[in-house]
Design a binder for this molecule. Structure first.
Ligand SMILES: Cc1cc2nc3c(=O)[nH]c(=O)nc-3n(C[C@H](O)[C@H](O)[C@H](O)COP(=O)(O)O)c2cc1C
Length: 400
């Protein structure tokens, strides 16, 4: 998935972002001076001082004090999801929540098969099941109640139960964030991912920890990232989901932001003062970060596997497992960064009729057919605290 940025024009500032990243190395005093001298007002309007606060971030702060079915739906909205497209709309009647796909939030070039879109819906379903269970309600989940081609992805019927399972995972819901920053060289202890936390029907996790395999996989990620950024149409589509100014975050309340890129606080601050990146600069940054940070500091990779990645139910169940892994990582103090460039490129090559350059090497790394590797991520001990990502309000998400 591309993490590049959309351009909001700030013609009054002539410095480039690269200048800004260089200036960031001068220290906070210099950057603060830059902010006052060059972009003082911009710093305020572009959210340099208000990261993680204001309406688009309210649900993260309010969730713990919410109650009833509202708290359950809010848990779904706080789930990880592809490109922060928030691909859902929910219909609530009594104790039942219907989860629908919003097709206008699909990304046909970056997620050609829809695997991430439906996995993201699965993430929301599982966050809701976990929140309900921890609060004493069992969930009866029916996937695709109107058939597999329907946008009606799930019906969740809640019934009082009082078992209170999954309390640890539920407590992690407002603390779970995608961490794209560097991880330390400390190895991860995977024994914390117990069978209980990693169990979803039809989906499993394959861990890649061996150093040689990690290096081979790392090279494949870099190559896939280069292929996405060289594909103007795919890169341009990803770029439309980047919100580079506070105004666009407040307006859309979705998409990727500078705060979520795992940069140091000082670099983010400087980046907000300076003109927004071009698509090309964002892509260059993404390739470099994939090579020098993401793959260079991955302590382990996890791959969610299913019988057939094209099966809608398997995609949703894979997402349900992914959420459990992410919440478990949060309870263990581990960083988790979803990385799906390889499969995005496999799907793009297939639908565009390009030669398939990734499937064979993906399959060799997994030791199983490429058609079973649904989603992937890296984990490790994080060096930085991840920023919050914006969310639409419950009023915008709940429809009749
Ligand atoms: C199915 C799926 C695929 C994703 N793929 C990527 C990816 O390839 N690269 C990436 O940086 N983040 C990826 N993400 C993370 C999302 O961008 C992230 O969940 C979203 O921006 C919301 O941020 P949050 O997880 O911090 O709440 C993915 C998430 C999901 C659920």
């Amino acid at each position: 998935m591309a993490t590049n940025t959309v351009t909001d024009e700030y013609p009054e500032i002539s410095l480039t972002r690269r200048d800004g990243l260089k200036l960031a190395a001068l220290g906070i005093g210099s950057v603060a001076t830059l902010g006052v001298g060059v972009g003082g007002l911009r710093a305020v309007t572009n959210g340099a001082f208000s990261a993680g606060s204001g309406d688009p971030y309210d649900l993260w702060h309010d969730w713990s004090t919410m109650s009833g079915i509202e708290r359950v739906v809010a848990a779904g909205v706080l789930a990880c999801n592809p490109h922060n497209t928030q691909p859902w709309r929910m219909v609530v009647h009594g104790d039942t929540i219907d989860v629908h796909s919003d097709p206008s939030r699909r990304m046909p070039l970056n997620d050609a098969s829809g695997r991430e879109h439906f996995a993201g819906l699965g993430c929301a379903v599982e966050n809701m099941v976990i929140a309900a269970r921890a609060a004493g309600s069992a969930s009866q989940v029916t996937l695709f109640p109107d058939g597999p081609l329907s946008d009606h992805v799930a019906r969740i019927a809640l019934k009082k139960d009082r078992t209170g399972q999954d309390r640890d995972l539920a407590a992690a819901i407002p603390h779970r964030h995608t961490n794209r920053g560097p991880y330390t060289s400390a190895p991860v202890d995977l024994s914390g991912f117990t069978e209980q936390s990693s169990r979803v029907h039809g989906a499993s996790v394959l861990w890649i920890t061996d150093e040689q395999a990690r290096q081979r996989l790392g090279r494949l990620y870099v190559e896939a990232t280069e292929a996405i950024t060289a594909d103007t149409a795919q890169s341009t589509e990803a770029f439309t989901w980047f919100r580079s100014s506070r105004d666009s975050i407040d307006k859309h309340r979705d998409g990727l932001t500078l705060d979520g890129q795992g940069l140091s606080g000082l670099t983010v601050f400087a980046a907000k003062l300076l003109p927004a990146q071009s698509r090309k600069d964002g892509d260059d940054y993404w390739v470099k970060a994939t090579r020098e940070v993401h793959t260079a500091t991955a302590a382990a990779y996890g791959v969610i596997t299913v019988d057939d990645v094209t099966d809608r139910t398997a995609q949703v169940n894979g997402g349900r497992l992914l959420t459990r892994m992410h919440l478990t990582a949060t309870t263990l103090g581990l960083g988790l960064h979803h990385m799906n460039q390889i499969t995005e490129r496999i799907d793009r090559d297939t639908t565009a009729g390009h030669p398939d350059v990734f499937s064979a090497r993906w399959a060799a790394l997994l030791g199983r057919p490429a058609s079973t590797g649904l989603l992937s991520f890296r984990i490790g001990h994080p060096e930085r605290t991840p920023g919050l990502s914006p969310r639409r309000s419950l009023d915008a998400v709940i429809t009749s």
